[in-house]
Design a binder for this molecule. Structure first.
Ligand code: SER
Length: 318
């Protein structure tokens, strides 16, 4: 990234945004990263640099920030996740699609570079379950997945038609200790750590054998930074790259936690999120990301569990 580049983060208070904002400020300097969200800043992390309120549905407001601060790159992270989207499909469609369209339009006008996260939710029951490849059947059955699939096509369209340098990753379930996710199907894999340490038990909303692709946030943030640093001619996929790090079921995760907390007990009470989880692949193949820009995950299940427990225990003690 050149010295005079300025980054705008939309959705900085979400699960990805909270950690990506810190990582980008560490890498490029705090004044080069403008964090924005719908919400008031309440975290010291987000106050440690420019922060303002922004609604991605207001294109003019995005344009004003871009012009005023000479923004060169947007990380657009604001979205309604899978389980929330099923409760309010038209709201999910508006935020996820029109929000992305606004960002891409602004990027087209001002010649900006864009990062936008896609998801394994682009896949559906007809996609391969094991090592789901980059190019395959994508027939999502959630409104969230439909918006991610359509969003990928829109990114590719803006790249092909208008030369917008937009880059994307199909994130698996993301696990982090800083900010909790909200309204996703993979959220159990974050909640479980808090409940295990606070109460010693957790009631999981997915069945014990439900295996899904997952990634620790440290890897997810690094993947975004690495993809955005790669020279444009090496970014061959302008929809979104498959990436993954590990796959596990609730039962596997409980067993890994039991190695540290032998008394921890898991109960199971599957709800409507089971159907969403059953529609997604169990594992993801990411050879294209590895060959195009060198993607390699660092954290496996056991390293992730050890790090999560260490940080959540430390935060609770503060
Ligand atoms: N973690 C997301 C969700 O569960 C998937 O991208 O909705």
């Amino acid at each position: 990234m050149a010295k005079n580049e300025v980054i705008l983060i939309i959705g900085a208070k979400g699960q990805i945004g909270t950690e990506l904002t810190v990582a980008l400020r560490n890498k490029y300097g705090k004044d080069a990263v403008i964090a924005t969200d719908l919400l008031e800043p309440n975290s010291s992390l987000l106050k440690d640099g420019p922060y303002m309120m922004l609604n991605v549905m207001e294109k003019l407001a995005i344009e004003n920030i871009v012009t005023r601060y000479k923004v060169t790159t947007i990380y657009h992270l604001a979205a309604v996740l899978s389980a929330s989207g099923e409760k309010k499909p038209s709201h999910a469609w508006s935020i996820n699609m029109l929000g992305l369209m606004n960002v891409l339009d602004v990027a087209k006008i001002f010649g900006l570079k864009v990062f936008w996260p896609s998801s394994i939710a682009v896949f559906g029951p007809t996609s391969p379950k094991i090592l789901c490849p980059q190019h395959t059947v994508t027939e999502p059955t959630t409104v969230y997945g439909i918006t991610k699939f359509a969003g990928e096509q829109l990114c590719n369209y803006y790249h092909e038609q208008y030369g917008v340098d937009v880059r994307s990753l199909r994130y698996p379930g993301l696990i982090s200790y800083t900010a909790k996710p909200g309204g996703g199907t993979t959220d159990y894999a974050v909640d479980i750590f808090h409940q295990a340490l606070e109460k010693g038990n957790y009631t999981c909303f997915l069945k014990e054998e439900t295996t899904l692709p997952m990634m620790y946030m440290a890897d997810a943030v690094r993947a975004a930074l690495e993809l955005m640093e790669v020279p444009a001619d090496r970014v061959k996929i302008r929809t979104a790259y498959n990436i993954s790090a590990m796959s596990f079921s609730p039962k596997n995760l409980a067993a890994a936690i039991n190695k540290h907390l032998p008394d921890f007990i898991m109960h199971y009470k599957p709800d409507e999120r089971q159907k969403i989880a059953d529609s997604w692949p169990r594992s993801i193949e990411f050879i294209t990301a590895t060959s195009d820009w060198g993607w390699q995950p660092q954290y496996d299940l056991h390293e992730m569990v050890a790090d999560m427990l260490k940080h959540i225990s430390k935060n609770a003690a503060c």
